[in-house]
Design a protein around this ligand. Sequence first.
Ligand code: ADP
Length: 258
Amino acid sequence: MKRIVIKVGSAVLTHKNEIAKERMLNLVHLIAKLRKKYDVVLVTSGAVAAGYSALKMDKTKQIGKKAIAAAGQPILMTSYKKKFDIFEIDTAQILLTEDDFDSRKRTKMLQDILDAHLNNDILPIVNENDITSTPEQLFGDNDQLSANVADAVGAELLVILSDIDGYYDKNPKESPDAKIYKVMNEIPEALLKDEATPNNEFATGGIVTKLKAADFMMKHGRKMFLTNGFDLSAAEAYLLNDTYISGTLFESNPNKEQ
Ligand code: ADP
């Protein structure tokens, strides 16, 4: 089966400092449907938001954030497990850092583990292991982590679910007349250098890390689809029926000379 990686961000999974359970259930339901057509790996944020309900430390401070994430990771996974149980889907938790992609040996080990799960019908749920890692060991956002995971498992497509319909010519939250790009064949270098602009208080990525993920995917001959995670109909139509409703497909131009 074709492999895909689905990445969901805090903007979708969080509502008022808590896990948005209904949105999580909708996502789980979509993944259950997708698994009939694809081998799926899920990359999820949400540990800090999940932990904040149990441990109200200052999440802007490094130790506070790590302590909250450590408390939140099992809450997040329990929440997923309850929902995947409804569809009789077994899951595995995989916590990674940038270091895991540093050497061929380590990447191979990680690939073998993910292969073992996928070949045994288990859904790997990946998150960044930021608890005891230093900033240098971390991607710092799950957008770039998910692109590296997609490359490691040989997924042809990474789907990023966010709180916007796709990539626009300007921030749609600030400019209502912003226009969506349906397809992007390359990312202009200057855009990869813009400051990260996370929108949600738990988000660490912003649009720039999504563009970096898209750039990485295209440079590795893979595709990325950025679409809405609140309303999953565009993701479902694209993935299950090959139909475009909305979203941005990042795909390097096949005719372009290398
Ligand atoms: P997530 O938690 O899903 O990773 P983020 O908040 O990190 O989401 O990033 C998505 C946000 O990026 C959007 O809510 C939007 O406000 C912002 N953004 C900035 N510029 C753009 C743009 N050109 N197109 C789309 N979104 C943009």
